[in-house]
Design a binder for this molecule. Structure first.
Ligand code: 3PG
Length: 216
């Protein structure tokens, strides 16, 4: 871990990631082959969401067995989730939203963390707690690029990882926004491909995404 302050660490992680796949892992045995498939396609920074019973064990397995992967924990909704993410050795945490309790815990934790916002008022709560690298969620549904541009007016220093409704067709457009560090989404890991063990297909999609996508 670097000596950079947490906010700079997460901004740097996001910037070098370009794309962060949002992973919903149903079975622990999928975790390592999936992470290897992503890394083989040039996608090293991964968000393992706490949406399944298998999530924590899956994240642990990836951290231990795929050291090239930079594992973050997503769908952190409370202080307990944040503590679990830090405990298991995740490199960052990310949330679809924020609560006063979660912001307080994240401000006190060593884990680099990005709260989620969809409005100016939520963004101001995040800023007040010291967070300026944020998830914009649900990006397309909450107003899309027009909404993000509007937020850049009053909040020019805030940087984002938009997720929600982003895919092959619009990722490049989002990435060309100056306040976007990276984009996230589930499109690189379709549930059917994971269930069928289509690891080669996932690697191919990642390769093509990483070739075509560049940060602003
Ligand atoms: C997230 O948590 O970031 C979203 O579920 C990702 O949204 P997507 O499935 O539309 O990519």
């Amino acid at each position: 871990m670097t000596a950079l302050p947490k906010q700079q660490q997460i901004a740097a992680l996001f910037k070098q990631a370009v794309v962060i796949p949002v992973l919903t892992i149903e079975k622990v045995e999928h975790a390592v082959p999936l992470a290897k498939a992503l890394v083989a396609g040039g996608v090293r920074t991964l968000e393992v969401t706490l949406r399944t019973d298998a999530a924590i064990a899956a994240a642990k397995a990836i951290i231990v067995e795929v050291p090239e992967a930079i594992v973050g924990i997503g769908t952190i909704v409370n202080a307990g989730d944040l503590a679990r993410a830090a405990e298991l050795g995740a490199r960052f945490g990310i949330s679809p939203g924020l609560t006063p309790e979660l912001l307080k815990a994240a401000a006190a934790s060593d884990l680099p963390f990005a709260p989620g916002i969809a409005t100016a008022s939520e963004l101001m709560q995040a800023l007040a707690a010291g967070f300026e690298t944020l998830k914009f969620f649900p990006a397309e549904q909450a107003g899309g690029i027009k909404a993000l541009r509007a937020l850049a007016g009053p909040f020019p220093h805030v940087r984002f990882c938009p997720t929600g409704g982003i895919g092959e067709g619009n990722a490049a457009t989002w990435l060309s926004e100056p306040n976007v560090l990276c984009v996230g989404g589930s499109w690189l890991c379709p549930v059917a491909d994971i269930r069928n063990g289509n690891w080669a297909g996932i690697t191919a999609m990642c390769n093509s995404a990483m070739k075509s996508l560049k940060p602003a």
